[in-house]
Design a protein around this ligand. Structure first.
Ligand code: 5AD
Ligand code: SF4
Length: 495
């Protein structure tokens, strides 16, 4: 019965609805780092002979959280499966950034209902950013009784205890801490890649852009200690990893909360990581406001620091940027962009852009087009503004009809496509270094990988090259990928 599952849940225990004022106060509280994660004895073998599957939506942070949940489940004896019919535990790791991301998740929970009926012992869990939203949890409790377990982004380390409760309780288990917990350092990780790895450097975001739900779902900015990060990167290097991506919602704020380390920022961290013998180092996501000169200087040293900068601009109009709460103007963005370009001449640049922010005028939108033209981005993730309950922008009246927003998105995407083609055309006949990631999705005879500048390259070669850095001569530059020929004995490769 639906009622029996949700009638006993005391919401006030779990949630404070998003409140800008309350969230801003949180910065003063300090964060503790703990190393005491362990699986309770009675849960250590509970998954033996059983399988799990985690479905992941959203950003790299979620993909990495999935690796941590996989690591915890594997320590409990579970094995991974890709087949929902085979799984004894299915976790849906959700994204709350836009409404359509949420709709996809509700669709998926709906699809899994018949399976739960066929297999009553199956544990179906919902976690990730949507689990941090009170409206979402209410909806699941009322409309999706097939869900056994809901847990938030700050409760991942509690997975063994929560799974135990879900296995032995007849009620839906809900544990969502509205306040972030400590940084737990010794969580297991089941890394999906054997030569590429994510490395969290910080959690949360304190930027509070007025449209964004992330500061509420991911909590305040908490940096990991540099020595922990460096040790993790050294370990990956020893194990033969070829590429790491340093992760955080706002990596440029790295270190600001480490009170005992004065002026230690992302530039300092990258300068240390630069000296570790791992061929490629990437980082995401950057915020222009905190991108400082020291980081630019360090990026200019090259070496293993890849020449690809993802620098979300969101809008090319200073008034809109102000209402978005981004903390920079169009002019400041352009000046930063040019400074980085000068320091890292071969760099490729990508960005994120929101169109149709409340009351955006045609002229303001055209400022975005002109900024994109000026920067000649290599690529961009473009979105129609999606109101998120509880954020300041969601309370603004909006006079821009959806048809106008859609039309602006099409115009913007057309320009982005043209620039992507032009940028790729510059690679024609060049020899590039490619990290071979696997078979191409479209054709298993073809191998695929990325350049240091993050361009996709497809070429023919033996499967033994997977996981290796090779050289490829570009023979055909397309809009979103480059075709090329593997160079057995390469000329010196540029990008
Ligand atoms: N609506 C549309 N796009 C959004 N983004 C974040 N919040 C919203 C929203 N409410 C976009 C921003 C951000 C990217 C990860 O998602 O462009 O950089
Ligand atoms: Fe959201 Fe802004 Fe933080 Fe990025 S910097 S996660 S857009 S609040």
């Amino acid at each position: 019965m639906v009622e029996s599952k949700f009638s006993k849940v005391d919401f006030s225990k779990y949630f404070q609805p998003p409140s800008l004022r309350a969230a801003r106060r949180r910065r003063r509280e300090s964060v503790h780092i703990i190393n005491n994660f362990s699986i309770p004895d009675d849960m250590k073998a509970i998954g033996r002979g059983k399988k799990y599957l985690v479905e992941t939506y959203g950003c790299q942070m979620n993909e990495h959280d999935t690796e941590v949940m996989g690591g915890i489940l594997e320590e409990m004896g579970y094995q991974e499966t890709e087949d929902v019919y085979d799984a004894d535990v299915i976790l849906i790791n959700t994204c709350a950034i836009r409404e359509n991301a949420e709709n996809k998740v509700f669709g998926e929970i709906g699809h899994l209902k018949p399976l739960k009926r066929e297999k009553p012992g199956l544990i179906l869990g919902v976690c990730g950013c949507m689990a941090q939203e009170e409206t979402v949890v209410n909806k699941i409790l009322q409309k999706y009784p097939q869900v056994d377990l809901i847990f938030g982004t700050h409760n991942i380390h509690r997975l063994p205890q929560l799974l135990k409760e879900a296995l032995f309780s007849k009620e839906m288990v809900v544990e969502v801490w509205s306040k972030e917990g400590d940084i737990v350092e010794n969580l297991p990780q089941s890394r999906r890649g054997h030569f590429q790895a994510w490395v969290n450097i910080m959690y949360g975001c304190d930027k509070f852009c007025t449209y964004c739900i992330v500061p509420y779902t991911r909590g305040k900015e908490r940096s990991r200690r540099p020595e922990e990060i460096i040790e993790e990167v050294r370990d990956l290097a020893r194990r033969g990893y070829k590429e790491i991506t340093l992760l955080g919602q706002n990596v440029n704020a790295y270190g600001k909360d480490l009170q005992d380390l004065e002026d230690y920022g992302l530039g300092n961290l990258m300068d240390e990581i630069r000296k570790i013998g791992i061929p490629r180092v990437r980082f995401t996501t950057s915020h222009p406001k905190d991108f400082d000169d020291h980081l630019i200087e360090v990026l200019g040293k090259g070496g293993n620091l890849c020449e690809h900068i993802h620098l979300p601009v969101q809008s090319g109009n200073s008034e809109i940027l102000k209402i978005m709460g981004r903390g920079y103007t169009r002019e400041r963005y352009l000046s930063l962009f040019n400074k980085i370009k000068k320091a890292v001449p071969n760099a490729s640049f990508t960005t994120d852009i929101i169109v149709g922010f409340p009351n955006e005028t045609e002229e303001q939108f055209e400022d975005t087009l002109s900024l994109v033209r000026e920067c000649r981005f290599d690529g961009a993730y473009t979105f129609i503004y999606s109101p998120r309950a509880g954020t300041p922008a969601a309370r603004m009246t909006d006079n821009v009809p959806m048809e106008v927003k859609k039309e602006r998105l099409l115009r913007l995407n057309k320009l982005i496509d043209e620039l992507a083609s032009a940028s790729n055309a510059r690679y024609q006949d060049q020899v590039v270094e490619v990290l071979v990631e696997g078979e191409s999705r479209k054709n298993s005879e073809v191998l695929s990988g990325h350049t240091r500048t993050n361009k996709v390259v497809n070429f023919r070669g033996p499967k033994s090259l997977i996981g290796e850095l090779v050289h490829v001569k570009i023979t055909d530059a397309k809009m979103w990928s480059l075709d090329g020929e593997w160079q057995r004995e390469p000329e010196a490769a540029g990008r």
